[in-house]
Design a protein around this ligand. Structure first.
Ligand code: HEM
Length: 157
């Protein structure tokens, strides 16, 4: 167990996240719109990125990326090694598309914030689990960006 003061199995952590997702789905239905409203309010420059990269089908791509983010939040618990490899590959592509680390991790934050936002105090364990896992996922993403950027610099020398 690497997290401080945490004595919780992966299965319990996954259950807490699934329960939180269930509450969010009950209250909000598809969470894509609230997530993207939150995201574009904090990262307004990314709206144009979604429009351009999706060839004007931003809604579809927004839905796909929010789904990928939720998937990654669960997969990093269930299968951290495979998920790190999957993210490493995806991030090479995102870097080529000039998507910054801040914008990438901003979507992870906005997605998690919207889910946390529907949970009241009786869900404090779920909120803690979501915050731990979001931080773990963001750290994996930051490490991948850093590794890839280092390799790209070396390769272009
Ligand atoms: C920051 C905003 C983001 C933008 C603008 C963006 C854009 C894109 C685009 C254009 C593609 C390729 C086309 C497609 O499959 O629809 C893609 C694929 C993908 N994205 Fe994102 N993305 C973002 C954030 C994220 C985040 C936060 C995650 C996961 C945590 C993610 C995971 C993936 C994966 C797994 C794929 C498919 C594999 C690949 O193409 O490498 N994306 N994204």
């Amino acid at each position: 167990m690497t997290d401080k003061n945490v004595d919780i199995s992966n299965i319990q952590e996954l259950d807490l996240i699934e329960e939180a997702l269930g509450v969010a789905a009950e209250q909000l239905g598809d969470i894509t719109k609230p997530v993207m409203d939150n995201y574009y309010a904090k990262y307004p420059q990314v709206r144009a990125t979604f429009t351009e990269l999706s060839l004007n089908k931003a809604k579809e791509m927004e839905g796909e990326m929010v789904t990928q983010t939720i998937y990654s939040l669960m997969a990093i618990i269930q299968n951290p090694i495979v998920t790190k490899i999957m993210l490493q590959e995806a991030i090479v592509n995102h870097l080529y598309l000039k998507i910054s680390l801040e914008d990438f991790n901003g979507l992870i934050d906005s997605t998690t914030d919207v889910i946390v936002g529907v949970l009241d105090s009786e869900f404090s364990d779920n909120i803690s689990a979501l915050n731990r896992v979001r931080n773990r996922l963001k750290a994996v993403v930051a490490a991948a960006y850093s590794n890839i950027q280092t390799r790209l610099v070396i390769n272009t020398d």
